[in-house]
Ligand binder design. Structure first.
Ligand SMILES: Cc1ncc(COP(=O)(O)O)c(C=O)c1O
Length: 381
């Protein structure tokens, strides 16, 4: 049997990882500033994370949600504390798309309405509603097409106001990434998020903060939406939550009440996933990783801004993007093959940095040196 060929891949086989480094099967070391797509939050194979998973594995890995799983309650309490949303309620699932799917569904149950507002360049996942709210027609199969999603321009207060004016009574939810990831690192304006909050209040719609990529401390705050100083009704999270162990969730404001069987999942919230997620939060807190994201992120941004060839350096904390001019379009590839550094990309010609929140200063310095060298090398060709 062959693999279903949906991923364009780099011909590299990673066999080992530690902190911000990975090694291939030939023993070559790479600096990982991609984090497997913003997934590695506390660093690869962090000893505390490994230990907690191993210990849990020896006890019990899985049982269904038909019994009490105290680890879920422990996780809810820890997440409430670290995120500052102590009065929210946690529903656990398995992936970012599933988190958004559940958030949108819950908003529709709660309001009894069907319409969702999403924004240009959004990415919310591949499942039916999540992909319908994703601004990329290539991912939307005919069966996913719906008239229930209204796309508006990102950061456009006037368009949002007009849309609520015209359809306010039909809007179940507004879903927005605090910093668009796949769309190319576009930061939602704080004032725009406040506008979403106030219009959602006025029209009794649900404000959903997609924090799958920009959440979990990556921006320097637990949720990047929190820079706006207002709360969302539902936050969705996944990538950094398990540091590579598949676990996701949504947290739900207290005014949205649960009903038995409205949401559900077989695997979500299993013992092993909870152990992994608890280990991540313990390390984020203990090693003050949000502070590190602010500090190293600032260093990287300042240094990148001083390189004249790189344009429009943007982002928050350790979620950084910049535009690469046409004559440097191979920069990402060259960083990988010449400098042994993984970075992310977004089309067209955007490089994304999504490293572990524990990235060390010396690794950030090495990256800056390497990128300067590559730009110099390319210029002399
Ligand atoms: C903002 C955002 N939402 C949702 C998703 C979907 O997450 P998953 O691939 O875990 O389903 C992604 C994945 O890249 C994402 O970046």
């Amino acid at each position: 049997m062959n693999l279903f060929d949906v991923y364009p891949i780099n011909e590299i086989t990673i066999v080992k990882a530690k902190g911000s480094y990975v090694w291939d099967d030939k023993g070559e070391q790479y600096l990982d500033l991609y984090g497997g797509h913003a997934v590695i939050s506390i660093g690869h194979t962090h000893p505390h994370w490994v230990q907690r998973i191993e210990e849990q594995l020896e006890k019990i890995a899985f049982y269904s949600n038909s019994i009490r799983i105290p680890l879920q309650q422990q996780l809810a309490e820890k997440l409430g504390k670290v995120s500052g949303k102590e009065d929210y309620q946690l529903f656990l699932c398995n992936s970012g798309a599933e988190a958004n799917e559940n958030a949108l569904k819950l908003a529709s149950f709660h309001t009894g309405r069907k319409k969702v507002i999403a924004f240009s360049k959004s990415f919310h996942g591949r499942t039916s509603l999540a992909v319908a709210a994703t601004d990329n027609k290539n991912y939307v199969a005919p069966v996913n097409e719906t008239e229930n999603v209204i796309f508006l321009p990102f950061n456009d207060d006037t368009a949002l106001e007009r849309c609520f004016d015209e359809n306010g009574k039909e809007i179940a939810a507004v879903i927005i990434e605090g910093i668009q990831g796949v769309g190319g690192i576009n930061v939602a304006d704080d004032s725009f998020l406040r506008k979403i909050r106030s219009l959602s209040d006025e029209y009794e719609a649900v404000y959903i903060a997609d924090s799958v990529q920009c959440g979990y401390g990556r921006s320097g705050k637990f949720f990047s939406h929190d820079f706006a100083g207002v709360n969302a009704d539902i936050y969705t999270m996944a990538k950094g939550m398990g540091n590579g162990f598949p676990v996701a969730g949504i947290i739900i404001a207290p005014h949205i009440k649960p009903k038995h069987f409205q949401l559900g999942t077989t695997f979500g919230g299993n013992h092993l996933a909870c152990a992994a997620a608890l280990a991540v939060l313990e390390i984020i807190e203990e090693e003050k990783l949000m502070g590190n994201a602010v500090m190293i992120g600032k260093y990287l941004k300042d240094e990148l801004e001083s390189i004249p060839q790189l344009k429009n350096v943007r982002g928050r904390g350790l979620m950084i993007g910049f535009d690469v001019p046409e004559d440097l379009k191979d920069l990402k590839k060259n960083l990988l093959w010449n400098q042994k550094i993984f970075t992310g990309e977004a089309k067209p010609n955007v490089i994304r940095l999504l490293p572990s929140l524990a990235l060390k200063k010396r690794d950030a310095e090495q990256f800056i040196e390497s990128i300067k060298e590559e730009i110099g090398l390319l210029e002399t060709v």
